[in-house]
Design a protein around this ligand. Structure first.
Ligand code: HEC
Length: 338
């Protein structure tokens, strides 16, 4: 998983770099170019609000807001470039080959509309044409969670210019055993949060009296093995056996949205006593100390999972290079049997 994330991120950054290097500065919109009736208020705002503002708004992953005409106009040249190049919205899958539920892509017509609008001078249009931007949920991309599990204390990321791989636990006790539909990770410090892999540890009521005992975090490089992390953080059952682990309930990278599956697909059973296990939360280097206090949104389901899913990892779990490399060229169909 980790390998592929890094590769995705690398490709994404490369694409962004290509785009950025092609740009001199942000220049104002071209004026007096081709004629068009397209205006921000009528045609462009709905596209931006649907495809861009979920991330490009305060508190979300996008580095600037794209809500108002002024916001969009200021970035119009870069927007036209990244939209045309297919870099934004971020979606590394080839939409000409296959489609996915929840895919983030603009159609060719939509791309063309944005580029034409830019080339014609970014017309604003009539105020009466502008529909208000949707009201997006706060602290979530998905809606209003049933329970929010917050890291109890902010974690200080020391300003020593080194990457950090931390293992965190956030213990919780719910009212009763239940079913989960979705789990969403929301970082507190978006600038330094590189990625995190999140799991749920489940405790049988009788096997763990108090889930809130033990330190909340350990530096993976200091702790060494996973077993020593478990022991140090008192994650084992009271009789020292390993509790049930539900792996990969969330995986976060900047710009990657949480998984939402159609009704009846995915989801988990969870026991009322548990702990979110973040293994690892990777922070980028910083010369000055900063803090992070992420939270995890749980969305319940009234029904048990009908078609649970399973994550299969190919490769070496990011531990070493894959030799020979596994390359599946795009537009090739491969059947994998196991
Ligand atoms: C899933 C979240 C997400 C969505 C949806 C999204 N963006 Fe972004 N956008 C980002 C992130 C994250 C970055 C910063 C990338 C980085 O610095 O690595 C970014 C960067 C950008 C940049 C700066 C690129 C540069 O070269 O400086 C532009 C322009 C942009 N987005 C426009 C858009 C537009 C237009 C849309 C909609 C068509 C959109 N984005 C949709 C997350 C998103």
């Amino acid at each position: 998983m980790r390998t592929s994330y890094f590769q995705l991120k690398k490709t994404f950054m490369k694409q962004l770099l290509l785009v950025v290097s092609g740009l001199a500065f942000l220049i104002a919109c071209n004026s007096g170019k081709p004629q068009t009736n397209l205006t921000f208020n009528k045609e462009i705002a709905p596209l931006i609000h649907k495809h861009c503002t979920p991330c490009h708004r305060p508190g979300e992953a996008g580095p600037f807001s794209l809500i108002t005409y002024k916001d969009v106009r200021k970035k119009a040249k870069t927007i036209a470039r990244v939209v045309e190049a297919g870099v934004m919205p971020p979606w590394p899958v080839d939409p000409e080959y296959s489609h996915f539920v929840g895919e983030k892509v603009l159609t060719d017509t939509e791309k063309e509309m944005i580029v034409t609008w830019f080339n014609a001078g970014c017309l604003e249009g009539n105020a009466s044409d502008l529909k208000p931007a949707p009201i997006y949920p706060e602290g979530s991309q998905l809606g209003k969670p049933d329970v929010v599990i917050r890291m109890e204390e902010p974690f200080t990321i020391p300003g020593d210019n080194r990457d950090r791989f931390m293992v965190f636990k956030i213990p919780y006790e719910l009212e009763k055993d239940t079913f989960l539909r979705m789990v969403e990770y929301v970082p507190g410090n978006r600038k330094l949060s590189h990625h995190v892999n999140g799991h749920i540890i489940q405790y049988d009521d009788k096997q763990k009296k108090d889930v809130f005992v033990g330190p909340r975090y350990v530096d993976r490089e200091v702790a060494g093995t996973l077993d020593s992390c478990y022991r140090f953080m008192k994650l084992l059952n009271d009789d020292e056996t390993y509790p049930l682990l539900t792996p990969s309930v969330f995986n976060f990278l900047p710009g990657v949205l949480p998984q939402q599956y159609p009704d009846g697909i995915g989801g988990y059973r969870i026991k009322k006593k548990g702990a979110i296990l973040m293994r690892d939360l990777h922070y980028g280097p910083t010369p000055v100390s900063e803090t992070d206090q992420p939270h995890i949104n749980l969305f319940f389901s009234a029904k048990p999972p009908e078609r649970p899913f399973m994550e299969t990892q190919l490769g070496t779990l990011g531990i070493s290079e894959i030799v020979p490399p596994l390359l599946i060229p795009s537009r090739h169909h491969h059947e994998i049997c196991y």
